[in-house]
Design a protein around this ligand. Structure first.
Ligand code: AOF
Ligand code: ZN
Length: 402
C-alpha cells in the first residue's frame, strides 16, 4: 500500500513537482523522441509561507520540435513571474544547435527566483549544466526529494533508455478468466471488449513500432494499425520470425506500402529466394545468431524509435521475458471464458515485475506492471498511458501496489 509520507501536503515542493509530472503526461505520443516535461510556476501565498503556494502558470513540452515546458509555462502566467518558483520535472536545457532556444536563459530572463528540478537531463549536452547556468545567474536551485526524483525519471524512462541506444519495450496480451489467450485449439478469438480495444489502439498510435511473433501472424492475420483514435506519429510494424515462417498473403504485408513493415529472421533464412516470396515493400532483415535482443537492436538503428509495443502470444512473451527485454507489461483480463484445455495459456509473469495499476474497462481489467530489473526502472508508479486512460473513462481501482 502507498506510504502516507509519499503524499505530502498540497503545495509542498513534492506536490508541485507531481502536478508538473501530470501536466507533462498530456504530451505522451507527441513529444517523442524527446522526453515528456512539465513545468508549474507558483509563488508564496499572500498569507505567508504556511499557506500553499499559488500556481500562476503551467505548461508542458508541447510536441517534438515545438516549445519546451518552461517557455510554455512562462507564457501561461497570469501575472508577472518575477520572484516566483518554477517546478520543472527535468532540468532546464542550456544547449544550442537544436530545434528550440535553450530554456535556462529564458527562466533567468523572466526573473524566476528559485527552480525546483525534478531530475537532471540525461542528455550529455545538458546533464547538470542547466542547473549550473541557473546558479551562476543567481537563481536558487533545489533538487526534488529522492522519491520524487525517481518518479520524474520514470516519466522519461524511454528517453533514458534511448541514451543507451535502446527502445523502451511495452509488452501486452489479453487473457480470458482462466488465463487462456486464444480459443480452443489456438483459434483466433475475441477476448477483450471494445473499451479496452480502444485503449490498445491509443497505445499503438503513441508507439513507434508494433511488434508480433510469427505465431500471431499465422494464427490471427492481424493488421496492427491504430484505428478509431488520432494518429499522432508514424507507426511501423515488426515481425519476429526466426525461421521466416510468415505467410506472404496476410494483412500486414499487403499494407506494407502504407505502414512500413519489417520481418526479422535468422540470417540463414534471409536468402534471396525467401525474400522473393514477400511483397517488395516488406523489409527483411537477417539477424546473425538470431535473438530477440539482436532483432530489436537491429530495428532500433532507425532514428526516432523510442517506444516498441509488442503484442505477444505466449511463446514470444516467454522469449521476451527470458531475454529480460520487457520494460513494461500490460495484461488485459477479460471476465468471460474463451479458451479450453486445448487453448494456449498466457506466459507466467516473472517475480521481478511490480504491479503499478489496475483499471476496470467495461468487463475487462487492465493491469500494468513494471520490470524492476530493467535499466529504465526508477519508481513503481502508473505510466502516462495509464494515467491518461484513468483520467478519461476508466474506473481506476488501485495504483502503486507493492
Ligand atoms: C527542457 N524542457 O520541455 C524539454 C527538454 O530539439 P529541442 O530544442 O526540442 O531540444 C531537445 C532536448 O532538450 C532534449 O534532448 C532534452 O535534452 C531537452 N528537453 N528540456 O528544458 C523541455 N523537452
Ligand atoms: Zn528546454
Amino acid at each position: 500500500m502507498p506510504n502516507p509520507d509519499d503524499y505530502p501536503a498540497a503545495g509542498s515542493d513534492a506536490a508541485l513537482i507531481r502536478r508538473a509530472i501530470r501536466v507533462a503526461m498530456d504530451g505522451r505520443g507527441e513529444v517523442e523522441p524527446n522526453p515528456m516535461v512539465g513545468c508549474v510556476i507558483a509563488r508564496d501565498a499572500p498569507a505567508g509561507p504556511s499557506k500553499p503556494p499559488v500556481i500562476i502558470g503551467e505548461g508542458r513540452h508541447v510536441a517534438f520540435g515545438q516549445a519546451h515546458a518552461e517557455p510554455t509555462a512562462l507564457a501561461d502566467c497570469r501575472e508577472d513571474p518575477r520572484g516566483a518558483t518554477a517546478y520543472v520535472t527535468l532540468e532546464p536545457c542550456c544547449h544550442t544547435n537544436k530545434k528550440t532556444p535553450p530554456c535556462a536563459p529564458q527562466v533567468i530572463a523572466a526573473g524566476i527566483a528559485r527552480v525546483v528540478v525534478g531530475c537532471l537531463d540525461p542528455n550529455p549536452a545538458v546533464d547538470g549544466q542547466g542547473v549550473a547556468m541557473l546558479r551562476a545567474a543567481g537563481v536558487r536551485v533545489d533538487h526534488a526529494a529522492t522519491a520524487v526524483e525517481a518518479e520524474c525519471r520514470q516519466l522519461i524512462a524511454p528517453f533514458i533508455a534511448a541514451q543507451s541506444n535502446r527502445p523502451y519495450v511495452t509488452m501486452k496480451w489479453a487473457e480470458d478468466n482462466h488465463g487462456y489467450v486464444a480459443g480452443p485449439g489456438g483459434e483466433r478469438a475475441t477476448i477483450s471488449g471494445p473499451a479496452t480495444n480502444r485503449l490498445v489502439h491509443h497505445l499503438r498510435a503513441r508507439s513507434d513500432v508494433v511488434g508480433v511473433g510469427a505465431g500471431t501472424v499465422i494464427a490471427d492475420d492481424p493488421a496492427l494499425t491504430p484505428r478509431g483514435v488520432p494518429i499522432v506519429r508514424p507507426l511501423r510494424r515488426w515481425v519476429f520470425d526466426r525461421g521466416l515462417r510468415s505467410p506472404a498473403d496476410c494483412q500486414l504485408f499487403e499494407t506494407a506500402e502504407q505502414w512500413p513493415t519489417t520481418i526479422f529472421c535468422d540470417a540463414s533464412a534471409a536468402g534471396p529466394q525467401s525474400r522473393a516470396r514477400y511483397p517488395a515493400a516488406v523489409k527483411i532483415v537477417g539477424v546473425d545468431d538470431f535473438t530477440l535482443a539482436r532483432a530489436i537492436a537491429a530495428g532500433a538503428t532507425e532514428s526516432g524509435i523510442t517506444h516498441v509495443l509488442v503484442e505477444s502470444g505466449p511463446l514470444l512473451a516467454a522469449g521476451m521475458f527470458a531475454e529480460n527485454l520487457v520494460d513494461r507489461l500490460w495484461v488485459i483480463r477479460a471476465a468471460r471464458r474463451v479458451g479450453d484445455a486445448t487453448a494456449p495459456s498466457a506466459a507466467a509473469i516473472p517475480a521481478n515485475f511490480v504491479r503499478t495499476a489496475t483499471l476496470a474497462f467495461g468487463d475487462d481489467v487492465v493491469s500494468e506492471y513494471l520490470n524492476t530489473q530493467s535499466a529504465a526502472f526508477f519508481a513503481a508508479v502508473p505510466s502516462a498511458d495509464i494515467v491518461l486512460a484513468t483520467d478519461s473513462d476508466a474506473d481506476f481501482s488501485a495504483a502503486c501496489e507493492g
